[in-house]
Design a protein around this ligand. Structure first.
Ligand SMILES: Cc1cc2nc3c(=O)[nH]c(=O)nc-3n(C[C@H](O)[C@H](O)[C@H](O)COP(=O)(O)O)c2cc1C
Length: 166
């Protein structure tokens, strides 16, 4: 039977909520662990890996984890971000994550918005690097919402179907 791991990095809880929804959407032999607890991955045949977009990219811890994934391991990637869905600002990090996991078999990707605290926004929006996404971010304050959690569950089920066909 497929052994599934859901692992995530989350500083303010948004990505963790999505990870929990993915976990709920899955059936079978499943485990959920934060990235810090999930260093032994050999036993798992499918791994969901989630992260918050930071500075248009993948947090360093996740980058290191993705680069170590063994050849051919089945994975699915998910992220949360403050910028508008579909904007290149939201897509780039997930695309980069897929590129650096190129030894793995990426079965799917999912992303949704996650609220950014007003205090963080006030600080970040002052730096040119963060200007573009932080201008979009205030409208993310209701996310992840119920719809995002439902979408995450559907994503989990879809990836499981793909994994079973593989
Ligand atoms: C230091 C920092 C950098 C961020 N950089 C980006 C960014 O480049 N693009 C973006 O869309 N959101 C950015 N965000 C917003 C987070 O990706 C978003 O709030 C995410 O949902 C946080 O997830 P978490 O609660 O799991 O930590 C940034 C947030 C912080 C604190």
């Amino acid at each position: 039977m497929t052994k599934i791991l859901v692992t995530y990095l989350s500083h303010t809880g948004n990505t963790k909520k999505i990870a929990q929804a993915i976990f709920e959407g899955l059936e079978g032999d499943k485990t959920i662990k934060s990235m810090d607890e999930a260093q032994e991955i050999e036993d798992y045949s499918l791994i969901f890996i989630g992260f918050p977009v930071h500075s248009h990219s993948v947090p360093y811890k996740i980058e290191t984890f993705l680069k170590k994934i063994p050849q051919g391991k089945k994975i699915a990637l998910f992220s949360t971000h403050g910028s508008l869905p579909g904007s290149h600002l939201a897509r780039e990090a997930l695309e980069y994550a897929a590129v650096i996991s190129s030894k793995a078999k990426v079965l799917g990707t999912f992303s949704c918005r996650g609220k950014v605290s007003m205090a963080a926004l006030e600080v970040l929006s002052k730096s040119p690097e963060h200007k573009a996404w932080s201008e979009m971010a205030p409208s993310s304050h209701t996310h992840p919402d119920e719809g995002d959690l439902e979408d995450a569950k559907s994503f989990a089920r879809w990836v499981m179907t793909l994994s079973a066909q593989d």
